[in-house]
Design a protein around this ligand. Sequence first.
Ligand code: HSE
Length: 298
Amino acid sequence: MIKIRIPATSANLGAGFDSLGLAVTLYNTVYMEQAEQTDIASLDEKPVPAGKDNLIYLSAQKVYDLCGKPLSGLHIRQVNRIPMTRGLGSSSACIIAGITGANELLGRPFSPDELVNLAAEIEGHPDNTTPALLGGIVTSVFDGDKVFWVKQELHAGLYFYAIIPNFEMKTEKARSILPKQIDFSDAVYNLSRAALFSSSLLQGKYENLQIAVHDRLHQPYRLSMIPKGREVMEECYHFGAYAAYMSGAGPTIMAIVDEQKQFFGLHMRERLNEMGLQGWHLERLNIDNAGTMVYNEA
Ligand code: HSE
């Protein structure tokens, strides 16, 4: 039996659409072993697909197929702390669990780089899958075949507050509303801010982050699908966040906050309640620099 711990991820980071992402300290745990029959269940109250259409199983199957090894079945047990379809990388976590688990069960035929490539191929873009596997803040470019990436660790006095709405936003839907073409000036607007974001975060020039998270590729379209989303972002700045952006495809809003701002969470919680958003959930997270951990259990 192996145990896999996979971090949640926050992708795009504003302007870095399909490229930037970072891992945070909220984890799914998956237990996996090879078996004659497939048996998949949740260890918490969240239901999961119990058949071979389960994304963890499908991803594991891919590794077995690539190795030319038959797979009769898997026993899988899941603890899903990462909320599903909320923009925190829950599907990437399943993909990473499946491929790293299968890779371990087969004696590690694939290198970490090969797993990065395979995960991006399954997901279609690398901005959640790469940090979910490697941790830290990661810049990734997927050329359709291979991922070119740089991981950087962040050791800063920052909190990432995930402000999680009580409704889901499916990535396919959130991608389908995006424009097919954009203006040259909008492309420049985004690429300059994406570059500014990672260098400012890593160099501690946090005063740049508010400008760096602006974008013209996806947030304006997606925010309009989140009732009170813009107001929630404004409140994040009101209570002193360095930046607030839509995490991944949304609907979660992520606020980057100095750890000295001890009352940010309390103020935001009160404000959400005043706005009638009692069902929204708030998680105070740190960056996860370790990435996915695999343990062999007796
Ligand atoms: N970059 C992706 C998007 C992340 O924004 O659609 C969601 O998986």
